[in-house]
Design a protein around this ligand. Structure first.
Ligand SMILES: NC(=O)c1ccc[n+]([C@@H]2O[C@H](COP(=O)([O-])OP(=O)(O)OC[C@H]3O[C@@H](n4cnc5c(N)ncnc54)[C@H](O)[C@@H]3O)[C@@H](O)[C@H]2O)c1
Length: 323
């Protein structure tokens, strides 16, 4: 199978590319390096530098057809999406529409899309199933939902198979591929980096949530498990139209539990300060992963301790990230 991976120089895209190559797929990457890293590009994949927003780049990439497209490329900072929403609509929506257009015109048979738990907003029921109402509460989440709709309508009419994988919290590392965002907004890398760089602070946002220890509960999924789910989705996708599938562990961990797991993995004492809640942080966000098990025969294999162990190993080896 020949697969185009957009955003393959990014965190989840690079790990998934490595997984696809290991499984014997031929992989090409399209990335503009806006948040990705040249050092994360697996050498065995053909690299096209450029943006989804450039028609000439897409002409070049789609000069040959693909069996499948796996679409990671996006901006994904929730806070920035609130202060600069058009940047998100422009890159995420316009860029994705251009890609869907190429696939609909015969550029590929299958389309796997990186969606997000952000499409659910603040769900009232936990664990969250795919039937839960989709009510995103920020522009980032809304761009993901709009792209799901565009993909669903086009996949049905043009007759290609599409899967929207709604990730919960990706974390962990695989070999030399790890999490390196600027700014870093995710809990685990922020926590681990603060242990390596005394100038970085780490704070807990709120300890008065209606959870057993008062801190927010999230569903952390090892990036290698995510990569394996993409492989399963590529092999499964067949019927025209879009299927949306949650990717999570099915278990929630509070911020305090993550800190305890980080203490165990690093052997360091961690004494964070607590600051007020951030707006828009639901108390609990945990996936039901029953549909992924049923359709993809996929179940995560790695737990929170393994996530912290692998992430810590990567951050110690790469204290300045990929640069
Ligand atoms: N990290 C998470 O926990 C998480 C959770 C839910 C969903 N997601 C989604 O998964 C995807 C990957 O996330 P990530 O954490 O690996 O992000 P990332 O920023 O590390 O990777 C995104 C990649 O896309 C590239 N890119 C962005 N816009 C582009 C464009 N117009 N043309 C070409 N390349 C472009 C960037 O350079 C980067 O390499 C994103 O779509 C994100 O919204 C991530």
């Amino acid at each position: 199978m020949r697969v185009l991976v957009t955003g393959g120089a990014g965190y989840i895209g690079s790990v998934t590319t490595a997984q696809l190559l290991a499984a014997g797929f031929e992989v090409e990457i399209l990335d503009d390096l806006s948040s990705g890293h040249r050092a994360a590009l697996p050498p065995a994949a053909l690299f096209h530098t450029g943006s989804l927003l450039e028609p000439a780049t897409l002409d070049r990439v789609f000069a040959r057809r693909f069996d499948a497209v796996v679409h990671f490329a996006a901006h994904s900072l929730v806070g920035e999406s609130m202060t600069d929403p058009l940047k998100y609509y422009h890159n995420n929506v316009t860029g994705t529409l251009a890609l869907i257009d190429r696939v609909a015109a015969g550029g590929a048979d299958r389309f796997v899309f990186s969606s997000s738990a952000a499409v659910y907003g603040e769900p009232e029921i936990s664990p969250v199933t795919e039937q839960a109402a989709v009510v995103p509460i920020n522009p980032y989440g809304r761009t993901k939902l709009v792209m799901e709709w565009a993909l669903a309508d086009t996949a049905r009419s043009a007759g290609f198979a599409a899967v929207a994988l709604r990730y919960f919290n990706a974390a962990g590392a695989v070999g030399d591929l790890g999490e390196d965002h600027t700014p870093e907004t995710h809990l685990i890398p922020r926590l681990l980096r603060s242990l390596l760089d005394p100038e970085l602070t780490f704070a807990v946002f709120g300890d008065d949530y209606p959870t057993p220890d008062g801190t927010c509960i999230r569903d952390y999924i090892h990036v290698q498990d995510l990569a394996e789910a993409h492989l399963a989705a590529l092999l499964w996708a067949d019927a025209p139209g879009l299927t949306a599938i949650n990717l999570g562990s099915g278990h929630g961990h509070s911020v305090s539990e993550v800190i305890a797991a980080a203490t165990a993995a690093t052997g360091r004492d961690i004494a964070p300060t607590t600051v007020p809640r951030r707006s828009g942080d639901p108390a609990r966000l945990v996936a039901s992963n029953e549909l992924a098990l049923q359709l993809l025969r996929w179940r995560p294999q790695r737990d929170l301790a393994e996530i912290l162990r692998d992430a810590w190993r990567w951050h110690r080896r790469h204290p300045h990230g990929h640069s």
